[in-house]
Design a protein around this ligand. Sequence first.
Ligand code: SF4
Ligand code: FES
Length: 370
Amino acid sequence: MSEQQLFKVTIDNITVEVAPGTTVLEAARMIGGDVTPPAMCFYSKLKGSGGKCRTCLVEVSKGSEKDPRPMPKLMASCRTAVMDGMEVKNITSDRVKDARAGVVEFLLINHPLDCPICDQAGECHLQDLGYEHGKEGTRYEFNRRTFEKHDLGPYIQLHMTRCILCYRCVYVADQLTENRGHGILDRGDHAQIATYIEKALTSDFIGNVIDVCPVGALTDKTFRFKNRVWFTKPVDAHRDCDKCCGEVQLWMRGEEVLRVTARKDQWGEVKESSKGGTGWICNECRFEKKKTADWVVEGPSMVNRHSVISQGHYLGMQQPHETIAKVMGRAPRLLMDIHEVSEVNDPSVDLSAIEGPATGATFKKEKSKS
Ligand code: SF4
Ligand code: FES
């Protein structure tokens, strides 16, 4: 058999070789780090996902070796296949950064800024994007969308106002459960997640909609308002389950299991299970097994050091992959040491030797002594 020809694609000055048919987003994920565009609707484990949210926009500055013309519009990287010799800009393009900030602002037009009371806070991709693009405020002056309350049963809480219509939960219901009981009803600004005739979502694997929802539209009723995720300790655990892989993450406070979720990878997607296939978990593991005795605890989960969940955790921290030196073609230079131009927070003051917290007076006192 002849060896498959690989395509060369350069993203933000870093070149990788990928198989034909790979999307720009998947190629960027192979490089990793900041080069990878954010994705709010694409989910590599769900067939047909992507192409809805436009957060993954990139600039294709060279179409391919054969046709080097740039693509005139920004492209959704999750739906654009690589061509041989393609050159793509993500964090090196001001057009992309501007457009993405616009997309985030649009997503936030109807999304309430209720992070202080939202269970997804601390692990919400829209919250991260909002802050990354300076969109934590709003210029919108009109009334936001509101919806009739819709009860999805004992397990899943729907907050439709937070939904960004990414369709991931619909694909989960389609691809993991036998009967899809919910979907997106109506069109335009009336579009909403609903079951039409009010009905509980209880099929065996439906709890996975909570894990795939990128915002706080679908959350776990059994964990609601119990704790903030950054106060809990995530540990990897497993049990013998005849329905699913039984490999989960327990979110604990002391000895109490507050929440059970599937394990996630660095892109926030459900990880592969050690038994093969995606590690989706069943409703029984997720909602019914809330005692430590139900589980064999393996140890602390790896938490990305940049995540708020890592605060106060000293075990299982994961150093994020750094690509910035490669993108720039050189190591970043230290541009300025503040202490060369300012006397603020004099580094010669030994903070461990003072009593209580440091204030401006601490530094003034030290200076007058010298
Ligand atoms: S409820 Fe969540 S997963 Fe479902 S479409 Fe809305 S944002 Fe996406
Ligand atoms: S992730 Fe590509 S359009 Fe949503």
